[in-house]
Design a protein around this ligand. Sequence first.
Ligand code: NDP
Length: 282
Amino acid sequence: MAAVILDGKAAAAELRAELAERCAALAARGVIPCLAVILVGEDPASQIYVRNKKRACEQAGVRFIEILMPTDTEQAVLDQKILALNADPEVDGILVQSPLPEGLDERRVLALIDPKKDVDGFHVSNMGALATGGRGIVPGTPEGCMELIRRAGVTLDGKEAVVVGRSNLAGKPMALLLLQANATVTVCHSRTKNLAEHTRRADVLVVAIRQPKMITGGMVKPGAIVIDIGINRLENRKVVGDVDFDSAREVAGYLTPVPGGVGPMTIAMLLKHTIAAAEARA
Ligand code: NDP
């Protein structure tokens, strides 16, 4: 039987409607949540991501400050901008769009953001809280994946979970969240031997590898829930995931599409974190 397709677009729309209500309640108290996004350079994919975030903020009632900086921006100038946003009491969330142009130090930039305004959840103190079971802001992409799994009604306790990819942005925090939910977690990466042997064991398979359609149906356990984080633009402009949707849907029990799966959830989580920060301020 073909997999149930997990509609991230619909789930995100529901979440965004709830968030718009929270935003309206804040506005009634005179507080407008505000997200500041810094985009350095002119990477076309980054420009699209920033545009999507801007649209989502505007629809939810979140003020959006877009700060565009040239490719040759000096580190000190970027640092100063972040410090100014940290100090601005009306800014609730700060996000620096990655990747940064060569020569700028992403790690340094992330460390400078006030952890309470780090709505992407990438600051070491937020990542540390996630790793140690503390309270912090959880990166939106894996958090969105967890929400899709929850909405599918799939329980994680004692399940075999395999995460393919170990980036700080996606794979690593995803593995930590699955572990928190009592799954038995294996993390695979580019040096993993016999990848398919791991993926075929997975009741829950999460893929974030930047490799178009690499995970095929033959690598999926029948009935598994498969969450595809990948977003890859092919030469013909088509956007595909890291999972081969057509073959995987014949084997999996549940599957996220690309586009329309994890991507919209990531943006909803970003709004959620910004609004929660504004609620804390209020
Ligand atoms: P990175 O390039 O930072 O990391 C890729 C990871 O995949 C690395 O850990 C790498 O291993 C691993 N990998 C690469 N090739 C293979 C392979 N052949 N077999 C096994 N593992 C492999 O990517 P990100 O985590 O930032 O992003 C992953 C994908 O998710 C991208 O397509 C990105 O566009 C998308 N994305 C989507 C988001 C959304 O909202 N839906 C948000 C963020 C990202 P190693 O560490 O050994 O190099």
